[in-house]
Design a protein around this ligand. Structure first.
Ligand code: PGA
Length: 248
């Protein structure tokens, strides 16, 4: 039985004070729901959010991590460090990291493997850009991203990965994929996982949709059979909007 999981991705937004204000408002509103949730925040606020959300079911995620545990890698943060501050989730391979920071299927695979060696749950992002969609290459692109990301990962670990399908053309553009377009790709992803790992893993793996999810479209998206959750950027910055999405 897959439990819905709705995560916020704050990207590079909010000051510490704004994070505190959000957390206080969100904690009040979140009471009484069984939907799983997490806020994926910039590194510098992870400890702060862990403290603010302690004693609640609200989890905290990072937006990236490096696969080496320590070393001369100026500016990087290791999975080991995230484990040390008690982070629950980590987004890997977000399209903005692939586009602006040179993330590749190979580095995504290394990061996933390191996360799976510990207890942090990875949220693996896949998705095609506009040009690829226009050329009708979206299924090939996503398949390649999946095969690359899951290389040499065993079934029991694979099952722990949350997959977020985020078409790049729908991120931050206000242009949502139609619920059917999102469902078609999430079904394709589930079938691809079945081909790699069999039916049981495919049935259990959680697949989110991301890209301009907001209160007005959350219900339709969440009602699709192969969509188990959402990765929410812009609308997760506001506690009321994010809570409305969780209450889809
Ligand atoms: P958006 O971002 O909801 O602002 O489109 C989604 C994401 O990039 O995770």
């Amino acid at each position: 039985m897959r439990v819905p999981f709705i995560a916020g991705n704050w990207k590079m937004f909010k000051t510490g004070q704004e994070a505190v204000t959000f957390a206080e408002e969100f904690k009040e509103k979140y009471k009484g729901t069984d939907i799983k949730t997490a806020i994926c925040a910039p590194y510098v606020y992870l400890s702060l959010l862990k403290n603010l959300f302690s004693g609640t079911n609200i989890k905290v995620g990072a937006q990236n991590a490096f696969y080496e545990d320590e070393g001369a890698y100026t500016g990087e943060v290791s999975v080991k460090m995230l484990e040390d501050v008690g982070v629950d989730y980590c987004v890997i391979g977000h399209s903005e990291r692939r586009q602006y920071f040179g993330e590749t299927n190979e580095s995504v695979n290394k990061k996933l493997k390191r996360l799976l060696a510990g207890a942090i749950t990875p949220i693996l992002c896949v998705g095609e850009n506009l040009e690829q969609r226009e050329k009708e290459e979206q299924y090939l692109v996503v398949r390649d991203q999946l095969v690359g990301a899951f290389a040499k990962i065993e079934a029991e670990d694979a099952q722990r990965i949350v997959i977020a399908y985020e078409p790049v053309w729908a991120i931050g553009t206000g242009k949502t994929a139609t619920p059917q377009q999102a469902e078609d790709m999430c079904e394709f992803i589930r079938n691809a996982i079945e081909a790699l790992y069999g039916e049981q893993v495919a049935d259990e793996i959680v697949i989110q949709y991301g890209g301009s999810v907001k209160p007005a479209n959350a219900t339709e998206i969440m009602n699709m059979p192969n969509i188990d959750g959402a990765l929410v950027g812009g609308a997760s910055l506001n506690a009321s909007d994010f809570m409305e999405i969780i209450d889809f």
